[in-house]
Design a protein around this ligand. Structure first.
Ligand SMILES: [Zn+2]
Length: 342
């Protein structure tokens, strides 16, 4: 017998190139990521949990769209990207490596070092200047989440901010500037992240982008009616353009009004199953939104990541499908974006 596949979930899990496509970092100060912390993600827990790679987000909160706030947002995004780059070092017996291409992420897995993938959350970071994207890309950012909570100059958000004066819609989806930003993202090889975007923004972005778009941390609206989730038409649109939904660990997106303690790995896997049945295993992935609100019972921090693999194996997913869900699909999108980039 030379074709025996491992059946121990932990053994299977450790063979996979696992990528979590959305993790937040502490800002402006926080504990050393190489030490054991009380956060959901630190590098010792990442190793223990067999998470090979993480997209770490330079998250910019939405604020009133003044020139002053916009400038501050850009400065913050740059500072956070520099902090994320600073995680790439060797300390206390752990090596983390900055990886900004699909090939580099694969090499890090081969070399058994942790892969750090920078990203930027909220197009507010570039204000009204798509040219600023090249500076974020130069710092390693591989995706831009078009909006966060609240409309920005690029697009409408799924969650308008009444406290900032938002009406239900501002642009009716993408603005002219938002389309220009997507053209620039395509040129630079950065992915277009449609999580947080309004339904119209998301559908328009899927059509406008020359590369498949990704929802880096969203769930399934048919199972939990939350504005941050994707409905069936949006899932179909993702499939049609070759994109991916990265089902995420936010309790309120998984079960209506649920607290994290009330949500289980089975609930999470239900969202994976639904998406796989509707649009195919090539269009579904996994993310946590750890340290940004994501966690539930059974995946309360990154060290428990093998529980996800174990549940999916119980449901009949084999090694090839697990590899796609845990990062293969996202890598395909990164690689496609690299091919299309100038
Ligand atoms: Zn988010």
């Amino acid at each position: 017998m030379n074709d025996a596949l491992p059946t121990d979930p932990l053994a299977v899990h450790r063979t996979l190139l696992t990528i979590d496509t959305h993790i937040d970092i502490p800002w402006p100060t926080g504990p050393d990521p190489f030490t054991q912390t009380s956060r959901k993600v630190d590098l010792p827990k990442m190793r223990r949990g067999g998470l090979a790679a993480g997209c770490f987000a330079a998250y910019v909160p939405q604020a009133t769209r003044t020139a002053e706030n916009t400038q501050a947002a850009f400065i913050r995004a740059v500072g956070m990207l520099e902090a994320i780059r600073g995680m790439a070092r060797t300390q206390a017996g752990i090596t983390a490596r900055l990886t900004t291409t699909a090939a580099e992420i694969e090499a890090a897995k081969r070399d058994d070092v942790l892969a750090i993938i920078p990203a930027v959350e909220n197009g507010f970071a570039i204000g009204e200047e798509p040219a600023r994207l090249s500076q974020l890309r130069a710092l390693g950012a591989r995706y831009l989440t078009i909006t966060h909570t609240g409309h920005n100059a690029l697009a409408d958000s799924a969650n308008p901010r009444q406290d900032l004066g938002d009406a239900p819609t501002l642009h009716g989806g993408l603005s002219h500037l938002g389309r220009a930003a997507i053209t620039e993202l395509n040129r630079l090889g950065m992915l277009v992240d449609v999580s947080h975007a309004s339904r119209d923004s998301m559908l328009q972005a899927a059509q406008c982008s020359r590369t498949p778009v990704v929802a880096t941390h969203s769930c399934i609206r048919a199972l939990c009616d939350h504005p941050r989730n994707l409905d069936n038409e949006q899932l179909d649109a993702l499939r049609d353009v070759g994109g991916v939904v990265q089902v995420t660990a936010v309790a309120a997106f998984l079960k209506p009004n649920a607290k994290p303690e009330e949500v289980t790995v089975a609930d999470f896997a239900n969202h994976i199953d639904f998406a796989v049945r509707r649009i195919g295993v090539e269009h579904v992935g996994i993310s946590s939104d750890f340290d940004g609100g994501g966690w539930f019972s059974g995946w309360s921090d990154v060290s428990e990541s093998p529980n996800i693999t174990a549940e999916l194996m119980r449901r009949g997913y084999g090694p090839a499908e697990l590899a796609l869900l845990w990062g293969g699909n996202f890598l395909r999108l990164l690689r496609r974006a690299e091919e299309v980039a100038e």
